[in-house]
Design a binder for this molecule. Structure first.
Ligand code: SF4
Length: 66
């Protein structure tokens, strides 16, 4: 299992709590502009499939896939 981001739900908040919740640092965010965060994605090599991140996203934007 690997996590992935539902880009339709993700609001790309610069303060995204999920980035800090992942124990392996697999949630990465591109650099954004002034007050807008960049695209959030999952580094699949770093993701261990623990699903902890799915509990933290307030928008339900993180899902798991096989
Ligand atoms: S499933 Fe676990 S390791 Fe993978 S991105 Fe989510 S919190 Fe990180």
């Amino acid at each position: 299992m690997k996590a992935y981001i539902d880009q339709q739900r993700c609001d790309r908040a610069p303060s995204c709590v999920v980035k800090r919740a992942c124990p392996t640092g697999a949630i990465v965010q591109e650099k954004g502009r002034l007050f807008a965060g960049g695209k959030v994605s999952v580094d699949e090599d770093a993701c261990e499939g623990c699903a902890i991140c799915t509990r933290y996203c307030p928008h339900g934007a993180i899902k798991m896939k096989q």
